[in-house]
Design a binder for this molecule. Structure first.
Ligand code: UDP
Ligand code: MG
Length: 338
């Protein structure tokens, strides 16, 4: 299901101009002016050896010359499709937009910054040809990343594996190949809060990991700050498990039980020792502690409520400013000859 603003495919002028490629490479791109050409130059020869392909570049509201660069590339390589979003929607939604517009039998999702080496794609394709539906690339080690980022990522995956309903494969990003039926399944999930790794895992289907070494960024800096990583983790947790809500319940039970014990102690002490109106510090401690616990659990409920609110609005996931479909070279030549 595409949103209403997506331009329809132009009618093919006689002959299979818009023949369906075997592979679609979906690339979310945000401010990658510095590295996009290098990326395409490495992607194209790899894909050429595999068969008919298209690259769906999604321009996620870049502020630099990324769009102009894509259009220039499109003029030299008709196998490029450009989805220009109306503003920056974030990587997860940009990826979804790319999947919506990809037509291949197998779809590969890859970052534009060359951290996911295109040279791994033939391995993914080999597994797909074996009949595996989801082939995800699994990082062997992370180069050029701070230890704190590695540690927090590891913790997040362990937590999600422990409490989430689906197993998230660890050390995988969005770099993967999906068969057509898996893409169609993923595209049925139209929730606003998109945690792609979780959505990919949720649909299931036979999957296999292919190990690779994640390279440092080719150019520019990562757009992920620690704050946005924290938000992504929150997104992952809240969109896949209601465990925090249950934790809040247990915490409430625990506090109630311990306060009952404490109340009994106070009553007994008063009966035995009499009441000398002491206990201001303990009173303050209890009041502040309870206040804190209540605010925190309200916050947890709020996280979920906010997500319910966003879903109920039923807005389209993204708006497309312009869509340029890809063409296979033979068809493009035939059309040029007309
Ligand atoms: N990206 C995007 N929209 C955004 C942020 C990033 O489409 O709002 C793209 C970016 O151009 C790149 C990919 O998502 O192709 C991964 O981004 P980044 O390298 O910043 O993330 P990291 O590799 O650190 O996870
Ligand atoms: Mg990156």
């Amino acid at each position: 299901m595409l949103d209403a603003s997506a331009a329809p495919l132009p009618p093919s002028a006689g002959g299979p101009v818009f023949s369906v490629p075997v592979f679609s490479v979906v690339v979310p791109v945000f401010d990658e002016e510095a590295g996009l050409l290098a990326f395409h130059a490495r992607l194209a020869p790899v894909m050429d050896r595999l068969g008919e392909w298209e690259a769906v570049y999604v321009n996620d509201g870049s502020q630099d010359g990324t769009l102009a660069l894509m259009q220039a590339l499109r003029r030299t390589d008709p196998r490029l499709a450009i989805v220009n979003l109306s503003r920056n929607f974030g990587k997860e939604i940009a990826t979804t937009a790319g999947l919506d517009h990809a037509r291949g039998d197998a779809v590969i999702v890859i970052d534009a910054d060359l951290q996911d080496p295109p040279e791994v794609i033939p391995d993914l394709v080999a597994a797909w040809r074996d009949g595996v539906d989801v082939v995800y690339a699994q990082r062997r080690r992370r180069q050029g990343e701070h230890w704190a980022k590695r540690a927090s990522a590891a913790l997040f995956y362990r937590l999600m594996q422990r409490f989430g309903p689906v197993r998230l494969p660890c050390d995988t990003g969005d770099f993967r190949l999906m068969s057509r039926r898996v893409v169609d399944a993923v595209l049925q999930l139209r929730e606003q809060h998109r945690f792609m790794k979780g959505l990919f895992a949720w649909v299931g289907f036979p999957s296999r990991a292919v190990p690779y070494d994640r390279a440092p960024r080719h150019a520019g800096g990562s757009k992920w700050s620690y704050w946005s990583l924290w938000n992504l983790a929150l997104e992952g947790i809240t969109s896949f498990t209601v465990m925090p809500l249950r934790l809040a319940t247990y915490l409430g039970l625990l506090v109630a039980a311990s306060s009952a014990i404490y109340a009994a102690e106070v009553v007994v002490k008063t009966l035995i020792l009499g009441n000398d109106v002491a206990g201001y510090p303990s009173l303050m401690t209890v009041v502040l502690f309870l206040g804190g616990v209540q605010l925190m659990t309200l916050g947890v409920i709020g996280e979920y409520l906010g997500r319910v609110f966003n879903e109920t609005k039923g807005r389209p996931l993204y708006l497309v400013e312009r869509f340029v479909p890809s063409e296979q070279p033979a068809a493009a030549l035939a059309r040029a000859a007309e």
